[in-house]
Write a protein that binds this ligand. Structure first.
Ligand SMILES: O=C(O)/C=C\C=C/C(=O)O
Ligand SMILES: [Mn+2]
Length: 346
């Protein structure tokens, strides 16, 4: 991917409040079943009419109304709920995290994805991020090459970076259970900390067998599309860790419910991303800050991939983490001129 399309939603109230949300997808329709275009059209034609002239202070009632009248469209719903909660938190004068269970930390650890596929290049990039004190945990995207090629690539990077650097892999559903068994044995023996979604999202029985068989953490990502999925995956012991993604969960409240199911089931948590910009990233951070434990940190690096941002004040990435603002609402200072300049012609 060399470009990204941010889908931004703004809700304005008749007494002057403005709230923002984001519904960004990865590679158009390559990862999920909503695209920037489908989000924009479905909000404009079907979802916004259900919200106009309603009392925006009744966030729960409005989201219930959307759940009852709108099937799917999880990313769009997440953007609208985020904007409504942004306004609500501004009215109350508290950071958004206080509406999501309450803040327990002031920063969220952020790892970096190494995805060039070139071992030497990835080692150099990781070393640079460590020297910059920006990231000291890394996620490797694998699954396109033969499993032996991928395993060798990952173990070479782990060997070069050493034991105190956490290395995880994201297979994005690419392996069969047989391939996963062969590869995970070697990755576990090589000191890799976590294997993300090795099997197809539908193959929860296979994920359960892998989680049972191996001590290395097996993480669910694409198989989690909301709290109901979280219940099924937990009930089947089909993962050791949940990747929490606010849009994929259908919104912040549903992502919170998903995280609670994990906590109650003894499943560890990781803060996922859909490569959102600042709005979706900060909304995610506001939620992740409320988790009792965030054992595997997060991947909230989306804004760091962008050559241009939409902010008047930059996000605070330092000491291997994203710092959370203490100002009310989302806590972002957006630059409306930059947003206008980057806006797609209507
Ligand atoms: O691309 C990245 O590095 C981050 C997350 C994206 C999707 C996923 O986790 O599958
Ligand atoms: Mn993933």
């Amino acid at each position: 991917m060399s470009t990204q399309t941010l889908v931004l939603v703004q809700i304005q109230t008749d007494d002057g409040y403005s709230g923002w949300g984001e519904a960004t997808t990865i590679g158009g329709l390559k990862y999920g079943d909503e695209s920037p275009e489908s989000v924009a059209v479905n909000i404009r034609e079907h979802i916004a009419p259900l919200l106009l002239a309603q009392d925006e202070r009744q966030v729960g009632a409005l989201m219930y109304r959307l759940r009852k009248n709108i099937r799917g469209n999880r990313f769009a719903k997440c953007a609208l709920e985020t904007a409504l909660l942004d306004i609500q938190a501004q009215r109350l004068g508290v950071p958004m995290s206080e509406l999501l269970g309450g803040r327990l930390r002031d920063s969220v650890p952020v790892l970096w994805t190494l995805a060039s596929g070139d071992t030497a290049k990835d080692i150099d990039e990781a070393q640079m991020m460590i020297d910059l004190r920006r990231h000291n945990s890394f996620k490797l995207k694998i699954g396109l090459n033969s499993i032996q090629h991928d395993v060798n690539h990952v173990l070479a990077i782990k060997k070069a970076l050493g034991n105190d650097v956490s290395i995880r892999v994201d297979v994005n559903q690419a392996w069969s259970e047989l391939q996963a068994t062969t590869a995970i044995q070697q990755l576990q023996d090589g000191g890799i900390d976590l294997i993300e979604q090795p099997l197809k999202a539908e193959n929860r029985a296979g994920m359960a067998r892998l989680a049972e068989r191996f001590s290395v953490a097996i993480m669910a990502d694409e198989t989690l599309n909301g709290p109901q999925d979280a219940w099924e995956v937990a009930r089947l012991n089909a993962a050791d860790v949940f990747a929490v993604k606010i849009a994929q969960s259908g919104g912040l409240i549903q992502a919170k419910e998903l995280s609670t199911i994990a906590r109650l089931a003894g499943i560890s948590l990781y803060g996922g991303t859909m490569l959102e910009g600042a709005v979706g990233t900060m909304a995610s951070a506001q939620l992740f800050a409320t988790f009792d434990e965030l054992e595997f940190g997060s991947e909230l690096f989306g804004p760091l991939l962008l050559k241009q941002d939409i902010l008047a004040e930059p996000l605070q990435y330092r000491d291997f983490a994203l710092q959370l603002p203490t100002t009310p609402g989302l806590g972002l200072a957006l630059d409306l001129d930059k947003i206008a300049a980057w806006r797609r012609p209507a």
